[in-house]
Ligand binder design. Structure first.
Ligand SMILES: [Zn+2]
Length: 260
């Protein structure tokens, strides 16, 4: 009897071991299945996002106006004035912004002030070509051209001339640089149709280092899409090239002729 029990016990142990091993094996199989399906899902998500951008825009449409890309390869003509001359002077009342951009700016600033950021209600916005020229020339005289190109736009290449962009100004009168504000804007600006035009680590695409104070209006629809799809720059969203200046100006394409 004793011997028989011993054999039975040994058999039971072997069987149990086999059961555990089998279970572990099937658990591993399930894990692999889960991982494969997760990878498949994320691949299909990426593919569907890639299909959506760069988005297709036709020239002359409202979308083409909203998504105008002014950068170091796509300047505005020297006489370009989004108001057809109706607005005079730099930073006139209303910030010199296009109406929708101006409304978005006011709503955003109110929300920022309510969230506790020390942001002034006035902004630095529209700049004439001639004003940008005097700014840029001043920087070149004072600090040299490479400094000027790093921190300021050459005349015609400034997004401020579009009437769609503005710089936030702190209550102390300086440009606000806080990281907390940068993160807040990344999560909230799109609700007002605004984007951080020069996000962190994208200088090779936008042509500028991080500027969390420089916001650009593109409308709630497109700003929400960029946020949802995780597209950081307007260049990537529209498929329009950016980065540094062309060494030969003749390679430039007017910001007004980007969309076909
Ligand atoms: Zn700016």
């Amino acid at each position: 009897m004793k011997k028989g029990l011993g054999i039975l016990a040994a058999l039971l142990i072997i069987a149990a071991g086999g059961y555990v091993a089998l279970n572990q094996h099937s658990a591993t199989k399930q894990d692999i299945k889960k991982t494969v399906s997760k990878v498949k899902q994320s691949v299909s998500r990426e593919t569907s996002a890639q299909k959506k951008y760069p988005i297709k825009i036709k020239t002359g449409t409202e979308a083409a106006k909203l998504l105008i890309v002014v950068n170091k390869k796509h300047p505005l003509p020297s006489d370009y004035n989004p108001y057809n001359g109706a607005v005079t002077g730099n930073n006139p009342d209303g910030g010199g912004l296009m109406t929708a951009a101006n409304e978005a700016k006011s709503k955003l600033i109110l929300a920022m002030q309510q969230a506790g950021f020390p942001i002034a209600s006035n902004v630095s916005s529209f700049r004439y070509y001639s004003y940008q020229q005097s700014l840029y020339d001043g920087y070149v005289t004072q600090h040299g051209q490479s400094w000027a190109d790093k921190y300021s736009a050459r005349p015609g290449y400034s997004e401020h001339q579009s009437g769609m962009a503005f710089d936030l100004v702190g209550e102390d009168g300086d440009l606000p640089t806080s990281t907390t504000m940068y993160n807040w804007l990344k999560n909230h600006a799109y609700k007002y149709g605004l984007i951080i035009r020069y996000p962190k680590g994208k200088a090779s695409i936008t042509g500028y280092d991080q500027e969390q104070w420089h916001l650009r209006y593109i409308g709630v629809k497109y700003a929400t899409e960029m946020h949802k799809w995780g597209v950081a720059t307007l260049e990537e969203f529209t498929g329009i090239s950016g980065g540094d200046y062309n060494s030969d100006k003749s390679a430039d394409v007017s910001a007004l002729d980007e969309y076909k």
